[in-house]
Structures are given as C-alpha cells and as structure tokens.
Design a protein around this ligand. Structure first.
Ligand SMILES: [Zn+2]
Length: 101
C-alpha cells in the first residue's frame, strides 16, 4: 500500500515538473525557499506536507530545469510573495491563508 502511494506521488511529481521545466515556454521559475523541515514539526500540517512531497518536487524541478537550460530561482521565505499584486506591486498588509494563492 505504502509503495503504491509512493509510486503515485513520484509519478505525479515527474509529470508536474516535466510540464513546467520541459513542456512549458516559461524560462524562469521562482520558488519560495520554504522551511519544510520546520513546517513538518507542526503536527497539524506535517502529514499533508509529507504526503505532498514538496521536497522531492523541488529537487526534481531543479534538475529538470538544469537539463532544459531553464532558471530556477529560490526566493526568501519571508518575501511577501502571496501578498504582492503581480501587476502593480501593491502589498496587502494582512491576508488570511485561506485566500492566498
Ligand atoms: Zn495591482
């Protein structure tokens, strides 16, 4: 059962990262440098984070970007990336997690 779940996760990560690093026309990706090890210590989030395989996702995206000559930029985890308007750069001072994308 665990093996099946792991295989499904691995397959999803490979497809999702291939769609980004190989098949998309984007040449640069920016990812937040999330403190995954720290977040896993939060018991409410731990299972969901580990199930999603974030660490493996980033490692895979990184090597596929390298293969395809694309840029992967890590931005600081305290950058207000979800609070900034990507058009006019207006920054919301507070925004609940539930409405962030
Ligand atoms: Zn705006």
């Amino acid at each position: 059962m665990h093996e099946q779940v792991a295989n499904r996760r691995y397959d999803f990560i490979h497809q999702a990262t291939a769609n980004l690093a190989d098949k998309s026309h984007a040449t640069t990706f920016a990812v937040e440098d999330l403190n995954i090890k720290g977040m896993v210590k939060n018991h409410k989030l731990s299972r969901a984070i580990q199930d999603a395989g974030w660490g493996m996702f980033l490692t895979t995206l990184e090597y596929k970007c390298r293969w395809n000559g694309k840029n992967l930029i890590r931005i600081g985890r305290f950058e207000p990336s979800s609070k900034l308007c990507n058009d006019c750069k207006y920054k919301m001072e507070s925004i609940p997690l539930s409405v962030r994308e």
